[in-house]
Design a protein around this ligand. Sequence first.
Ligand code: PFF
Length: 466
Amino acid sequence: MENSKQKGKFQSNFGFLMAAIGSAVGLGNLWGFPYKMGNGGGFAFLFLYLILAVCIGYSCMLAEFAIGRKSGKGAIGAYERIGRRFMFNGWIATMAPFFLMMFYLCLGGYCIKYLVANFGDIFGASWGVGDVASGDFFNTFVADPVQAVGFTLIFAVLTIVIVMGGVANGLERFSVIAMPALFVMLLITVIRSVTLPGAAEGLAFMFKPNFEVFKGWGWLKVLASAGGQLFFSLSLASSALIAYSSYLDKKENLEKNALIVPAADTTVAILCGLATLPAVFASGLEPTQGPGMLFVTLQTVFQSMSGAGPIFGTIFYLLVFLAALTSSISMLEGSVSSFMDRRLEKGKSQGRTFLCLTIGGISTAGAVLVALDALGAAGLPHLFGFSTWLDTFDLFSEGILMPGGCLIMTIILGWIRPGYIDDEIKLSGSYRSKPFVEICLKFLAPVFLAFIVVVQMDGFFKLGLF
Ligand code: PFF
């Protein structure tokens, strides 16, 4: 039950899992993983990614689940419960989604545009893509401020409205429908993609083991690429998972959930590769990374599929849209949850609606800036010499706040307060993975996260270290 003095609860573990997997599965899976796997040695990359998922992904996720559920609070309150002097790390986790949403809401808006355009193509509507070259269609769309901002606002409003609905009626109700639907659509797209003539080349790009890329210091590059990807893809250190687990019943098994979410996220990431790369190669195109792959290359693929192209295009962009929406609602919930606690502590009502509108509004303002920037093409002035506002907000979130915050979490739980999470995990299970998790949180994760911070800085400031 939710009332103005309570933040609400998930009705079932399934609801929690769908929401947490929904947070993890997002644009990161669709445009990061397949490409990085292909360039990082195929199976060799996958092997490394899985090791990281088990050591870093599992243990950090379990830790976030445990501190969230133990405190029953969002990130700020959860760290305050560990000790007042650690509260700052809750603030770091709460600020991360602000910046994440500033570019995610805009990209989500692009997904709606492509969903609508492909749907229009089924009927030959004037607002479809038609015969326009996909690169021209994309450039014209992003450079049109009314459309770019308009679709961004639609996506932002959807995110805000769902989160305003609360835990059971908003997040859970939406996720338990959206995630299974997403999975079905993904399977349909995979089947179409891998059965296209010429698909084998795409499968080879993705899966062929290539240990050449590991030669010399090459393996460090691959490690960095797999680590950065894992981090963003699992939604770590961004207050979303802490907030979600604070709404989870004490009887649910945290160890099991911390295994299922990364496993599902990785499975979906591989399926996303199967849904996209074989089709790209079958159309004689080269895979690229980022918006170009999702909105230009893949649109070309759908256009080349003749009759059924718009139908597959519609299914595909609906799936991308749902993946983005379940991620963006988790970002907003992460921040909102922290601030609701502060209000409740002061004896006020939780103020969910007010906070959704305020936090969502601030992030939307940033997203409008990203939309107006047209991925740098609009010539707006940028901070720090970056070429786009998207890169700037990505630096604040993915580059600094998320890996930095996660590094601090592992130092707190591995060194300063070892054992803090044990009782919470044992409430609902035997915590058999304790020795393993302790080694990961104490040694492996901090070293690795420090490495990721350096790599992110290197990437953003083009220092040329890697
Ligand atoms: N995991 C999402 C993706 O792969 O696109 C991104 C994300 C969602 C990061 C939610 C952080 C977060 F809180």
